[in-house]
Design a protein around this ligand. Structure first.
Ligand code: NDP
Ligand code: A1CAB
Length: 281
């Protein structure tokens, strides 16, 4: 739950997948929808924000920013500097706190556009925020006050966990682990369902059994009574079925596969922060 009586007006610039997850997380966990504005050029996205969350909407960025104390930049990394430039010319922008969730885009790049002296927090959330199971990491610039950091920590913490990393570069690792991470687990589920049906299960049963297994494994690991590796050992009977599967995964190079995948995401986060990235030109 969002534990505070103070509800600053938050403008989400960009009302896509991640903003929707955060807005739903906030509203479900006690943030008043009337203190949230979503600005998106896409009429469908705006209509959905009203229908699903009951929040205010705005077709234009300046209109939304004008009314807000906190501005969440929730557009693609490729357009975030353009959006920031639109805000930079607004006389009222100095008093506001900016939160950027754009993967890879550095504080220095945002400061250059919004103005040195602007309070900016970079946050890397993930989509399970939608159901109160989000994992967010933040890092703030020197102009941000302790009060602003604790307010954003409370907001992000209302729909999951929120940690503060000690160096900005760690946000690229966070992006590769928890920002992109839900997709890795979804892919694993997709493959287990596919093979389950190949082995003769109905698609419905394969889906149900896979999802409940994922939930059970995640919940057991989250309890923290034993490490993931200890929990795995408890499933793995000597010379049994699990051992055969684990051996097969190890022989096929699962560890390397994961390492390469996470490193690829990390590399892409670093690239997104480079102005030479072709997608940003
Ligand atoms: N999705 C995820 O799991 C996560 C995403 N992020 C970050 O969140 C940001 C948004 O990602 P995501 O939600 O997936 O992307 P989406 O494409 O779903 O959402 C972005 C939204 O912004 C809109 N938009 C484009 N230009 C503007 C503009 N000038 N002003 C206002 N809105 C605009 C887009 O409209 P249109 O489609 O019409 O262009 C779209 O609706 C990215 O920077 C990403 O790195 C961070 C963590 C996790
Ligand atoms: O795929 C992406 O670039 C974004 C950032 C983390 C999750 N989604």
């Amino acid at each position: 739950m969002y534990q505070h009586t103070d509800h600053p007006v938050i403008a989400f610039i960009g009302g896509g997948n991640m903003a929707s997850a955060m807005v739903n997380g906030l509203v479900t966990h006690g943030y008043p929808p009337q203190s949230i504005i979503v600005a998106d050029p896409n009429e469908e996205q705006r209509a959905m924000a009203v229908k699903r969350f009951g929040v205010d909407i705005s077709p234009t960025t300046p209109e939304a920013v004008e009314q807000a104390q906190v501005v969440v930049l929730a557009v693609k990394p490729q357009v975030v500097e353009r959006v920031a430039a639109q805000i930079a010319v607004m006389p009222s922008r100095g008093a506001k706190l900016f939160v950027s969730i754009a993967a890879g885009i550095r504080l220095s790049q945002l400061e250059k556009v919004l103005g040195f002296g602007t309070a900016i927090i970079r946050a890397m959330p993930n989509t399970p925020s939608l159901i109160g199971c989000g994992a967010t990491a933040i890092f703030s610039n020197a102009c941000t006050t302790e009060e602003q950091i604790s307010m954003v920590t409370r907001m992000m913490g209302s729909f999951g966990i929120c940690v503060t990393v000690s160096e900005e570069s760690q946000l690229d690792a966070v992006t590769a682990i928890s920002g992109s991470g839900p997709a890795y687990f979804f892919l694993l589920m997709e493959e287990m369902i596919r093979v389950g049906t190949q082995l003769g299960l109905s698609e419905q049963d394969a889906l149900k059994l896979t999802l409940q297994t994922a939930r059970g494994a995640a919940n057991m690991a989250a309890q923290g009574e034993a490490s993931p590796s200890q929990l795995r050992a408890r499933v793995t009977s000597p010379n049994g079925t699990t051992q055969c599967a684990i051996n097969s995964m190890q022989e096929d190079g699962l560890a390397m596969l994961i390492e390469h995948a996470v490193q690829a995401a990390h590399r892409r986060a670093v690239e997104l922060g480079m102005s030479s990235d072709p997608a940003r030109r």
